[in-house]
Design a protein around this ligand. Structure first.
Ligand SMILES: Cc1cc2nc3c(=O)[nH]c(=O)nc-3n(C[C@H](O)[C@H](O)[C@H](O)COP(=O)(O)OP(=O)(O)OC[C@H]3O[C@@H](n4cnc5c(N)ncnc54)[C@H](O)[C@@H]3O)c2cc1C
Length: 362
C-alpha cells in the first residue's frame, strides 16, 4: 500500500482511514465460522490477558519458562495453580474456571493442563517459524504465498562462551546457505521482491551483535568491536555471495551506542561501504531515538549509499524500566505508551522525508 500524505495534519485522518480499510478487508475474507473460531482461541486470549494485566503477565511467563521441564499433566496442573493462583494475579473469570480444581491428579486438572499446554504451544509456534530449517522453510513459503516478506532470527542467542559465539556465527552461515538454496526455487512475488524498480533479496536474516562475542561490553568498546567485526565481516561476505540481506537488531539500551558505533564504522570500511543490503534497527521507546535517527541520516548522506532502518517500538521496556529504577538511573525509555507512539510517528515522518538516504523496513 502506498501512503501519500500531503501534510502532517492529514496523518491522523489518513491513518484511521487506512486502518479501517485494512480491518474491513481482513474481516471480509473470514467466514462466520472462522470468526467464531478465532474469537475462541485461547492462545489469543492468553496474550490479551497477559498484555492487560502485568501481574498475570509475569506469572504466565514464569509458568511458560518452566513448562518444558514438566513431565506430567499433574505436574503442569500443580504449577499452573501455584503460578497463576498467586495473589498478585487478577485472573480473568475464564481462567479461574479452568483452574478450579482441588486435586492435580483429577481428570479436570488433566484437562486444564492439556488445554493450557496446547494454548502455550500454539502461541509459541506463532513466533517460532520452526525448530529446524526445513520446518522454517515451510512457514516462510506459506508467508510468501500470502505476499508477506520475512526475516529469520535464530533463538538461543544468550552467549556466555566464545565457543557459543563461534557456533552462533556458524549457524547463521548454514541458515543463509540453506535458505538461499531454497529461495532459488521460489517464484518472484512482485509485492515483496521489488521496490522502486529494484530487486530485493528474498532472504533476510536478523542478528544480534552481542551474540557474536561472549564478552560484548560497552565498557570495553575496542575489544568488543574487534571481536564482533571479525565475525560480522565473514557474515556480510557470505550474505553478499548468496544474495541475502542482513539486518542488525537493537538490544538493551546499554549496548545501543556501541552497536550504532560499530555498525557505522564497519559499513564505512572500503569493502562494505557500497553495501545497501544491510539494515539497522532503532527503538522508538527510547528518549534519544530521534536524535540517533538524525545521526544515521547524516551518516548515510556522507556514506552516499542507503541502508535500511527498521523502526520498532522496542522489546525491552519492562527490563529497561526496572533496571533503571533499581539503580536510581534516569530512565532511557518513555514512561507512557502514548509518548512512545508519538515518537514512533515523529521518526516515521523523518524516515519518509529521507528516503533518498535511508530505506524504511518493508
Ligand atoms: C521483524 C521484527 C523485528 C524486531 N526487532 C526488534 C529489535 O531489534 N529490537 C527491539 O527492541 N524490538 C524488536 N522488535 C519488537 C518490537 O519492538 C515490538 O514488537 C514492538 O514494540 C511492538 O509494537 P506494536 O506496534 O506491535 O505494539 P504496541 O502495542 O503498539 O506497542 C507496544 C510497545 O509500546 C511500548 N510501551 C509499552 N508500554 C509503554 C509505556 N508504559 N511507556 C512507554 N512505552 C511503552 C513498548 O515498546 C511496547 O513494546 C521487532 C519486531 C519485529 C516484528
Amino acid at each position: 500500500m502506498v501512503l501519500q500524505v500531503e501534510s502532517k495534519q492529514n496523518y491522523e485522518a489518513k491513518t484511521q482511514e487506512i486502518a479501517t480499510q485494512l480491518i474491513a478487508a481482513t474481516r471480509e475474507k473470514k467466514s462466520l465460522f472462522a470468526q467464531v473460531r478465532d474469537q475462541m482461541r485461547l492462545d489469543d486470549k492468553l496474550m490479551d490477558w497477559a498484555m492487560g494485566n502485568p501481574g498475570l503477565r509475569v506469572q504466565l511467563f514464569r509458568f511458560i519458562d518452566c513448562l518444558p521441564a514438566l513431565q506430567s499433566n499433574a505436574e503442569i496442573a500443580r504449577h499452573l495453580q501455584q503460578y497463576l493462583g498467586d495473589e498478585s494475579v487478577e485472573l480473568p473469570s475464564a481462567l479461574k474456571g479452568i483452574l478450579n480444581f482441588t486435586d492435580p491428579d483429577s481428570p479436570i486438572a488433566a484437562t486444564a493442563a492439556r488445554t493450557l499446554k496446547a494454548a502455550v504451544e500454539t502461541l509459541a509456534r506463532r513466533y517460532i517459524a520452526g525448530e529446524t530449517i526445513q520446518q522454517a522453510v515451510k512457514t516462510l513459503e506459506r508467508l510468501r504465498k500470502e505476499k508477506m516478506a520475512f526475516t529469520v532470527d535464530l533463538l538461543g542467542e544468550a552467549v556466555i562462551a566464545e565457543a557459543e559465539a563461534q557456533a552462533y556465527l556458524q549457524r547463521y552461515l548454514d541458515l543463509l546457505a540453506e535458505l538461499s538454496r531454497e529461495a532459488e526455487k521460489w517464484s518472484p512475488v512482485a509485492e515483496i521482491d521489488s521496490a522502486d524498480g529494484e530487486t530485493l533479496p528474498k532472504v533476510q536474516v536478523s542478528v544480534k551483535l552481542t551474540a557474536f562475542y561472549s564478552q560484548f561490553d560497552s565498557l570495553d568498546p575496542e575489544g568488543s568491536r574487534t571481536q564482533v567485526c571479525d565475525r560480522l565481516r565473514g557474515l556480510l561476505r557470505r550474505a553478499q555471495a548468496l544474495g541475502a540481506s542482513v539486518h542488525f537488531d537493537m538490544e538493551q539500551y546499554t549496548y545501543k551506542n556501541l552497536t550504532l558505533d560499530i555498525l557505522k564504522n564497519l559499513l564505512l570500511e572500503p569493502e562494505f561501504c557500497d553495501r545497501t543490503d544491510v539494515g539497522i534497527t532503532l527503538q522508538a521507546y527510547l528518549r534519544d531515538a530521534y536524535q540517533d535517527l538524525e545521526g544515521i541520516v547524516t551518516w548515510a548522506k556522507q556514506r552516499g549509499k542507503p541502508v535500511t532502518v527498521r523502526l520498532v517500538k522496542g522489546a525491552y521496556w519492562d527490563q529497561e524500566t526496572i533496571k533503571s529504577l533499581q539503580n536510581h538511573w534516569s530512565q532511557p525509555v518513555f514512561n507512557d505508551k502514548a509518548a512512545t507512539d508519538a515518537n514512533f510517528e515523529r521518526m516515521t515522518q523523518l524516515l519518509l522525508e529521507t528516503t533518498a538516504s535511508l530505506r524504511r523496513h518493508r
